[in-house]
Design a binder for this molecule. Sequence first.
Ligand SMILES: NC(=O)c1ccc[n+]([C@@H]2O[C@H](COP(=O)([O-])OP(=O)(O)OC[C@H]3O[C@@H](n4cnc5c(N)ncnc54)[C@H](O)[C@@H]3O)[C@@H](O)[C@H]2O)c1
Ligand SMILES: [Zn+2]
Ligand SMILES: [Zn+2]
Length: 342
Amino acid sequence: MKAIQLEKPQHFRTIDLAEPAAPGAGEALVRVHRVGICGTDYSGYLGKMPFFSYPRVPGHELGVEVMAVGEGVANVKPGDRCSVEPYMNCQHCFPCRRGNGNCCETLKVLGVMMDGGLCERFVLPARKLHPSAKLSLDQLALVETLAIGCHAVNRGHPQPGDNVLVIGAGPIGLSVIEFVKLSGARCIVLDLNPQRLAFCREKMGVKHTILSPGDGSELDELKQLTDGALAQVAIDATGSHRSMGAALGWCGFTGRLVYVGITQQEVTFPHAPVMHRRELTLLASRNALPPDFTRIIKLIEDGKIDTQPWMTHHATFEEMIGVFPGWLKPEAGVIKALVRLE
Ligand SMILES: NC(=O)c1ccc[n+]([C@@H]2O[C@H](COP(=O)([O-])OP(=O)(O)OC[C@H]3O[C@@H](n4cnc5c(N)ncnc54)[C@H](O)[C@@H]3O)[C@@H](O)[C@H]2O)c1
Ligand SMILES: [Zn+2]
Ligand SMILES: [Zn+2]
């Protein structure tokens, strides 16, 4: 069975893997049809992802078909097409027992800390499969990216009419935007890249964008847009410690700030005059929960999320190693690249 392995940074190769064993109790054997590529894969390729270890078969955004199920599996059957929740949790630790498997103490993400889906077939716990008879395979592979935004917006809990500032309009920011729009809040997007802001306006229906030159002028623009109230909810999806620190100043009184982007650097911000005085709430957002997957599948099925603007690039399994470095170039304009296995 073929797989693509990232042997070490910047070195993909096609390898032969042994056929997976028959699924055990509670498990399913799946055939992989689509693999979405995201920032985590690009960082892993460049050797810049601290949670990534090598060699590794990547692939955590998956559209799969069930081939066989083990004893006791009731949620899926052979032939079902599914999205995969790639967060392998222990089910026993404190957060798992509290229903927060998204941040299990020993969480392993498929394709990041363990071999993932860039292969023909593999076995996984069936409880990680979310079936849909209506979604295309591309859409099934997109569900995980959307789940990151869904969870982040849930953490921020915006109310209809709130001003929600989304900082960073990369794929994670875009997935946040989808759920801000659904919340009935007013979406304002800030980025330093004018092309990304143009994409938000032209393809995502965002009305208000702020180009941030990093000189403080963004605060004035935000004040104008919000009648001085600033953001009731801000969600930082940049991965930049700079904007993560500055973002507290973009939150209004009693505002909530969610960090969905991740930085290895320290984040600093003024406490007394900003965080304390405005009584802000600071939240992290990690991965997503099973109900997020169910909700997103239903939203796409009902036509409430348009996945069309997302699907910008495709390659076959055979083409992927050759075209992958090109997807990293900003001028390629990749939002979501998908690898097809037939
Ligand atoms: N919470 C999670 O579970 C989770 C899951 C996946 C990815 N992530 C993280 O989300 C972040 C975003 O991922 P992505 O793939 O969208 O990245 P990306 O690099 O494609 O997008 C980041 C965007 O932020 C903008 N930006 C950077 N610095 C900025 C600044 N100082 N001010 C304003 N805009 C700025 C960039 O121009 C870019 O458009 C990353 O840190 C990634 O690791 C988190
Ligand atoms: Zn991803
Ligand atoms: Zn756990």
